[in-house]
Every structure is written in structure tokens, then in C-alpha cells.
Design a protein around this ligand. Structure first.
Ligand code: B3K
Ligand code: ZN
Length: 870
């Protein structure tokens, strides 16, 4: 195989030809689908004169090419491994290309493939080149007309982007449908679906009074599980109108649920395609977290209609332009509909655990990378979640109204265009007549900035000074970093817990409540006056910037902030720090300090806190979080320390935990309050079961067998799956019998077993892979079994004998032949070998080397492995 090439942002050139219109005919056939593509090209005035037309193509069988109706000889074009070049072309012409592709043989799930007997597509980022020869790049935007022909019995439903325009019958039991999409779009937003599908239908009237038909398509037996998805869609449509003044633009909006999908969902124009696990929901089959995630992802894909589709990316380096912005929008959608504080905590937990680790890894990259080998490797927590944090910075700097002004100008300037992150920055700055040039450093530099803070208190002058120093570790793209623009939302708490009014030296009046300090330099100090008592700083409230905060808080300081901070996020952050300090002390061989149990007990008893915030605060930092701050990490000792602390808290607070559990056991329904109560109840149960005594196991088993909702049933199952007891086997069997016909629920059954820390899990996983419902071709199954073991089971993955690493490397090699994108996700579990203690580190490295030395590796896996071994 040829070595994958690195693509550089600095080499960007506009396309040689522009496209006005694309007309496609699909003659669907499982093993040989014919695609007739008729495209009107004209020379791009800004491209080099006389440039060739370079069309991308992958795994296509070329049947014919005609230029303005004349069939071309083979000598008139150059066919090569990755496409087709044509020279000496007129300034404007029509090119007709006929190709065949094989949907049945497409296990990579990119381009046109089959899932459950139905046809579907996935074109982002570069899947359209597996459908036809085209300039497969997002800055080529065109209107599309599509005709689909297929067997009528097996494919009664034929769907494409845009609006349906005509349909009819054909000979031989076939039929056709024609679709037209009036909005110019890049080809990555193309989608086609054909199959035997049922749909739920509803309608939505936009703010300006237009009626839009809404449809959610699925295999017929799941139709009764689509109500929540439809409700979520309507909520998303009305939220985008209210918050951003953005209306839907076509007459029809469709969502199709498919079982075989590489990621969560895809925002194709007018025809979103979803992984079925993010569509189907009923209280018996979906957890509360599933309900919230479905609403968020339906919102996310819908919001892309403006941020991504109407205004798209110039090239794939700009991915965060649409993804960071759209994640920010979906975060706000959830925050506006549920608890803002809980949403913020969950987003920050995800960022700190996964993105901070990525930023410290060999794959560290800026939110706008400057090079890549395989673009699919850059759909990362950095581009998405850190990207969303950077968008949030604009809102912190400009306020909600200023941010809205920036968004309005962005759409006014760029609707229908393919643009860059600089264009977004400029719209935000111009709309608010302010200089935001320092924001550019957030796009160009990788690494998590560290903010070191110290405080001096001068009792005589009543001055309190905060000193800030920012630094950023070296990352592959740069060792020296320019300072970042960092808004620090903060307050000063007085010993009685009240807020010190904030007045900086030189100001005339004091402000009550939080204020935001803007850091622009490597070192800055701020002097507050009129501070009569030594205060406790509450820093980075609401996590006002994606940085690592370093302030010398003691255990007592954190206990104080946990119970007094007016900022809910910082109460959570203090609880996490307190737990982390205790965990690090345990790793140092110390005994658990009682203050953590006391503080957690007070928090649990606090009537002023809602149940979900208590639950979030009581959840200990994950083993991955601990690993990041105890380098080189020893996963075995980290697990033991965390278990020790869980048991210590559980035994110190057992009565309180049990009575809290019992008080909350009646939570019913899907409202926020009931969901919050279930969350806290299950956190209490998890602590109790950590003690592994008969009473706690009986409570979990009782909950499992009597639960009337998946949240409680699944929480109990997960706890039992980690206990070596007879109730474990009973629960696992009962769950399988109850849900064997529901693929998405079976994924949960697979995952709890693969997450078990019991010895023997690796053998159990091998057996699970022989289970009749397991299928290596199905990404959800792979994620549930192999992904869970690699990413969510540090005990088994990091087994001292290297068996976990060897198993995962074997799976990566096998998966890579079927589906490189999925293999490339799994192989990342080995990437951080340099941060692990030396024995395991050597074993991980050896597996990476074994993968690197294998024949026929995909570009996807090659990029991760080669960068990891650098
Ligand atoms: N834009 C898609 C992700 C495509 C991933 C391609 N490897 C879903 C989303 O972010 O909305
Ligand atoms: Zn997205």
C-alpha cells in the first residue's frame, strides 16, 4: 500500500472548476449499483489558467465518460488510484460519467452501503468519491437533482435530499423517485436512503408561518419508539428560532434511523441519518441519559442546517467552524431545556477527561489543525468539545447579545458560502466593533494552557492581589506558545461564605457578585481593594476558559468552597479537587483522611442543593482523570486507590447513603426532577455496592428485578456485573431474555459485561464475540464489546501480563480490514503509552510496533500508530 500523504492547510488552492448543477441517476442493485452523474462545470476565475480537472474516486468501476455528449477515448483522461484527471478542457462543459459501485461489499460504511437490507449513505468527510467521480471537497457547492431507481418490493421507500418532485413505476418490478435540492451544497451533505421503512409523521409551523412536514423513518417494528425523537426535533426547531432567529428552509425534514453507522448521526441536507441508538427511546429501553443524548444529538444535527450546511467549511481544516459552533449550540439547547449547571458539569467532565488527555497525547492538535493524513482522524474531542469551548469564549467576552450580533452578521455575510474560522472571528469582532485578534491563538495552538494563580492579602491596606501566570506545554505543532486570551470569571468569598463586593484598584465602585478578569499576557496581577478579611478565591467560575487551574487550595479550602460557593460549577469543582487530593494521598501510601467523608456527608445533607448536583459532586474522578495527574500512571494502583476511597466513603456514610437511596426510590416519570432523583439514587447505590456486602447486593438485585425503567434496571445490572455473586448471573440472563430482540438494548448487555473488572472478563469478552447477536461489521457492537474493554475498563485493558493490549491490537488488525474508521478509534487506547509506568508502557509500545509492521494497514490506523511511535 502507498504511504498516506500529509495534507497541509498552507497548500490550500481554490478548486479549478466550479459546479453549477449536479444531476444523478442511481440504479440501485446490491452488488452493482449504477450511478450516472451529469455535472455542469465552469472554470473558476480565481484558479490557475488552464488547470486540469481533478476528480476524486475510490473503489469505483468506470464505465464511461462523455464530454458535452461525446464519448471520451481512454487516451483523453488519466485514471489513477485515487481518481481521474482531465486536461485541455473548455471553459464550460457538461461531463457525464457512468460508474458502478458495490454497496454489499462496502464494510467501511462510507459512501453507499447496506444496513439491515436497506441502502444508505455516509459522505462526510470524503465518502462521495466512493459514489461517483467528483471534486470531493467542501468548497465546491452545487444544487442537486437525483433520480433513484430500485426494486419496489424490497425498497418501497426512496429518499434523497431536498423535496420530492416526482415518482413512477418501471418494468421488472422496479420503481423510481426524483428529488430536488434547491440549496447549493457540498457533496459531503449528499444522502440517499432506499428500503423497507415505516415513518412517523408530524408537522411544524415556522415563526414566519411556513408549514414543514417532519418524518422519522425506521424499520417498521421500531416505529413506536420514535416519539421522543420527533418531540426533540420540534423543540430544536423552535429553540433555534427563539435563540438565534434561524428557521428551517425546506418543506420537508427527514430523519432515518439505521443500525450500522460509524458515528452518532449525520446532518445531510433535509435527510439526517442517525445511528438508531440515538433515535429509539421508551422508558423500558432507554436510560435517562439516553433520553437527554437523543434530544441533544437531534438538536445538534438540526442546528447544522445553518451552522454547517447553509454556511459550510472552505476545507476540512476548518471543521471546528461547523462542529465547535454546533456543539456549543447543542450545549446551550440542553442547558436551556434542563439544568444549566448539570449540563456544564457534564460537558466539562468530558472535556477534562478526554480532551485534556488528547491535548497531552501524540495526536494533540489545535482546534484548527494545520495538517492531517486522514481527515476522519480529526473528528476529535479537540475539534468538537474544545472547539465549543472556544466558541463559548466569544459569548463570555461579548455577552449573549453581542454573541447573537456576531452570529447574525456571520449569516448575513456568508450564507451559501464555504468559509474559514477567520471569517467567523471577523464577524464576531466586526459586529461588536471590537478587536478579537488574540482569539486566533486558540485556533492555531494545541495543548491545554495552565493557569497558575496565587493570592496575597494585605490586611493593613485591605488589599487582595491575585497573580496569574499562564503557560502551555509543548505539543507536536509548536514548542513555544503565544499567550491566550483567557476570561477568568471569579469571586472572593468571605469567611462567613458571603461574596466580597469586587472593586479593582483605580475603580470608583464595587460590583456585587462574580466578575470576569481578562488575561492577555503571560503574567498579570489584579488588586482588589476594600477587602476587610482574608477571602477565599473562587476562580474560573462556570469553567470560563478551557484551562487547567492551579491554585494551592488545601483540603479545608475545598471543603469550604464545596459548601459555600455561590457558583454551582465551582462547588462541584471543589468536590472533585478534594477527592483528587485524597486519592493522590492514598497513592502515596497514606490512610484516607476523614475530611472527604465529612464533606461528602454534608453535601448529601444540604437541602439547598438539587439531587443532580449532589450526584455529580459525589462521583469520584475517573481512573483516567487520576492517571493524568499521577505520572507515570500505574493503572493497577490507581484502581486500588479509587476502590479504597469508594469503600471508605461508603462505610463512613452508609446509613446516610441508604436512607437517601430509600427516600429517592419513588421517582417516577421522565421529568427533570425524577431524572435527577434517579441519578442521585443510583450514585448512592453504587457506593453501597462498592462494599460488596450481601445487603447491598440484595438491594441492587431487588432494584434490577423490580425496576420499571431502564435507568434503574441498567444501573443495577452494571453494579451486579462487577460483583462475583450468584445474583450477577441471574441478572445477566434475565436481561438477555428480556431484550434479545432489541439490538440497542443488547449493546448495553454486551457493554456491562465488557466493563466488568472481575478476573475472567477477557475470556468472557472472547465468548461474547461468539454470541449470535455480536457482529464485527456492526460499529455499535464493536464499540460495546471491544471499545468498552479498551476505553472503559482500565483494570482488564491494563492487565499486567499485557493480555489486554494484545487482545486489542489483534482486534484492531482484524477490524482495520473491514472498517478503518472504527479500527482507528480503538487503536487510540494504546496511544498514551508514554504516560504509563515503564513495564506496561513497554508492552503497549510493542503492540503499537506490531500493528505498525503489519501489511496493508489503512491510512487511518497508520496515522495514529505512526504518530504514537514518534
Ligand atoms: N458531521 C458528522 C460527523 C461526520 C464524521 C465523519 N467521519 C456528525 C456531526 O458532527 O454532526
Ligand atoms: Zn456535528
Amino acid at each position: 500500500m502507498t504511504q498516506p500523504q500529509t495534507v497541509y492547510l498552507k497548500d490550500y488552492l481554490p478548486p479549478a472548476f466550479l459546479v453549477d448543477h449536479v444531476a444523478l441517476i442511481f440504479r440501485l442493485n446490491p452488488s452493482a449499483t449504477e450511478v450516472v452523474s451529469k455535472v455542469n462545470y465552469r472554470r473558476n476565475p480565481v484558479a490557475a489558467a488552464g488547470a486540469a480537472l481533478e476528480l476524486n474516486g475510490h473503489d469505483l468501476e468506470l464505465i464511461s465518460i462523455s464530454l458535452n455528449g461525446r464519448l471520451l477515448e481512454q487516451s483523453e483522461y488519466q485514471l489513477h488510484a485515487s481518481g481521474l484527471s482531465l486536461n485541455d478542457l473548455p471553459d464550460a462543459f457538461e461531463l457525464e460519467i457512468i460508474t458502478h459501485c458495490n454497496p454489499d461489499a462496502n464494510t467501511a460504511l462510507e459512501g453507499l452501503y447496506r444496513s439491515g437490507g436497506n441502502y444508505c449513505t455516509q459522505c462526510e468527510a470524503q465518502g462521495f468519491r466512493r459514489i461517483t467521480y467528483y471534486q470531493d471537497r467542501p468548497d465546491v457547492m452545487a444544487t442537486f437533482d437525483v433520480r433513484i431507481e430500485a426494486d419496489k418490493t424490497t425498497n418501497p421507500v426512496l429518499l434523497c435530499n431536498g423535496n420530492p418532485v416526482a415518482a413512477g413505476e418501471l418494468e421488472g418490478g422496479r420503481h423510481w423517485a426524483a428529488w430536488s435540492d434547491p440549496f447549493a451544497k457540498p457533496c459531503y451533505l449528499f444522502a440517499l436512503v432506499a428500503g423497507d421503512l415505516a415513518c412517523v409523521e408530524d408537522s411544524y409551523q415556522t415563526a414566519s408561518g411556513r408549514d414543514v412536514r417532519l418524518r422519522v423513518y425506521t424499520e417498521p417494528h421500531h416505529i413506536e419508539h420514535c416519539g421522543h425523537a420527533m418531540d426533540s426535533l420540534k423543540r430544536a426547531m423552535s429553540w433555534d428560532e427563539a435563540r438565534f432567529g434561524l428557521e428551517y428552509d425546506l418543506d420537508l425534514f427527514m430523519i432515518v434511523a439505521v443500525d450500522d453507522f460509524n458515528m452518532g448521526a449525520m446532518e445531510n441536507k433535509g435527510l439526517n441519518i442517525f445511528n438508531s441508538r440515538l433515535v429509539f427511546a421508551s422508558p423500558e429501553t432507554a436510560t435517562d441519559d439516553d433520553y437527554i443524548a437523543i434530544e441533544a444529538v437531534i438538536g445538534h444535527e438540526y442546528f447544522h442546517n445553518w451552522t454547517g450546511n447553509r454556511v459550510t467549511c472552505r476545507d476540512w481544516f476548518q471543521l471546528s467552524l461547523k462542529e465547535g459552533l454546533t456543539v456549543f449550540r447543542d450545549q446551550e439547547f440542553t442547558a436551556d431545556n434542563h439544568s444549566r449547571a448539570v449540563k456544564r458539569i457534564e460537558d466539562v467532565r468530558l472535556l477534562r477527561t478526554h480532551q485534556f488527555a488528547e491535548d497531552a497525547s501524540p495526536m494533540a492538535h489545535p482546534i484548527r489543525p494545520s495538517s492531517y493524513m486522514e481527515i476522519n482522524n480529526f473528528y476529535t474531542v479537540t475539534v468538537y468539545e474544545k472547539g465549543a469551548e472556544v466558541v463559548r469564549l466569544y459569548q463570555s467576552l461579548l455577552g449573549v447579545d453581542g454573541f447573537r450580533r456576531g452570529m447574525d452578521l456571520y449569516f448575513q455575510r456568508f450564507d451559501g458560502q464555504a468559509v474559514s474560522t477567520e471569517d467567523f472571528l471577523a464577524a464576531m469582532a466586526d459586529a461588536n466593533e471590537t478587536d478579537l485578534s488574540l482569539m486566533q491563538n486558540w485556533y492555531d495552538q494545541a495543548g491545554t494552557p495552565k493557569l497558575t494563580v496565587s493570592m496575597d492579602y494585605d490586611a493593613d491596606r485591605q488589599f487582595c492581589t491575585l497573580h496569574f501566570t499562564q503557560s502551555c506545554p509543548a505539543t507536536p505543532e509548536a514548542s513555544e506558545k503565544q499567550p491566550f486570551l483567557i476570561p477568568v470569571e471569579m469571586g472572593l468569598l468571605l469567611p462567613d461564605g458571603s461574596e466580597q463586593p469586587l472593586q479593582l484598584l483605580g475603580e470608583n465602585v464595587a460590583q456585587i457578585g462574580s466578575r470576569t478578569l481578562l488575561l492577555r499576557e503571560r503574567e498579570e496581577s489584579f488588586i482588589f481593594v476594600g477587602v476587610a478579611e482574608k477571602p477565599m478565591p473562587s476562580l474560573l467560575r462556570g469553567f470560563s476558559a478551557p484551562v487547567e487551574l492551579d491554585y494551592p487550595y488545601t483540603v479545608e479550602d475545598d471543603a469550604f468552597l464545596m459548601s459555600h460557593d455561590s457558583d454551582a460549577f465551582n462547588r462541584w469543582a471543589a468536590a472533585q479537587r478534594l477527592a483528587m487530593q485524597t486519592l493522590l494521598a492514598l497513592l502515596d501510601g497514606k490512610e484516607p483522611d476523614g475530611s472527604v467523608a465529612t464533606a461528602f456527608g454534608q453535601l448529601l445533607a444540604d437541602d439547598g442543593l438539587d439531587a443532580a448536583l449532589k450526584a455529580e459532586a459525589l462521583m469520584l474522578p475517573s481512573e483516567a482523570d487520576i492517571a493524568e495527574v499521577s505520572l507515570p500512571a500505574d493503572p493497577g494502583r490507581i484502581h486500588a486507590a479509587r476502590e479504597q476511597l469508594r469503600c471508605f466513603i461508603a462505610s463512613s456514610l452508609s446509613e446516610q447513603l441508604e436512607s437517601c437511596y430509600r427516600d429517592l426510590s419513588q421517582a417516577e416519570g421522565l421529568n427533570d426532577e425524577a431524572m435527577q432523583k434517579r441519578k442521585l439514587k443510583n450514585v448512592c447505590l453504587a457506593y453501597l455496592v462498592a462494599l460488596k456486602n450481601d445487603k447491598a447486593i440484595a438491594m441492587a438485585s431487588g432494584q434490577f428485578h423490580t425496576a420499571n425503567n431502564m435507568t434503574d434496571q441498567y444501573a443495577a445490572l452494571a453494579l451486579l456485573a462487577d460483583c462475583d455473586c450468584e445474583q450477577r448471573e441471574k441478572a445477566i440472563q434475565a436481561f438477555e431474555q428480556q431484550f434479545e430482540h432489541d439490538a440497542n438494548v443488547m449493546d448495553k448487555w454486551f457493554a456491562v459485561q465488557a466493563a466488568s473488572t472481575l478476573t475472567g472478563t477477557l475470556d468472557a469478552v472472547r465468548l461474547l464475540m461468539q454470541h449470535e447477536k455480536f457482529d464485527l461489521h456492526n460499529p455499535n457492537k464493536v464499540r460495546s464489546v471491544i471499545g468498552t474493554l479498551a476505553m472503559r475498563n482500565p483494570v482488564i485493558f491494563h492487565a499486567e501480563d499485557g493480555s489486554g493490549y494484545r487482545f486489542i491490537a489483534d482486534q484492531v488488525l482484524e477490524l482495520d480490514r473491514l472498517n478503518p474508521q472504527i479500527a482507528s478509534r480503538i487503536v487510540r487506547s494504546l496511544m498514551n503509552w508514554k504516560r504509563i509506568e515503564s513495564r506496561r508502557s513497554a508492552l503497549m509500545r510493542a503492540e503499537l510496533q506490531r500493528i505498525a509492521g503489519s501489511e496493508g494497514l489503512s491510512g487511518d490506523v497508520h496515522e495514529i500508530v505512526s504518530k504514537s511511535l514518534c
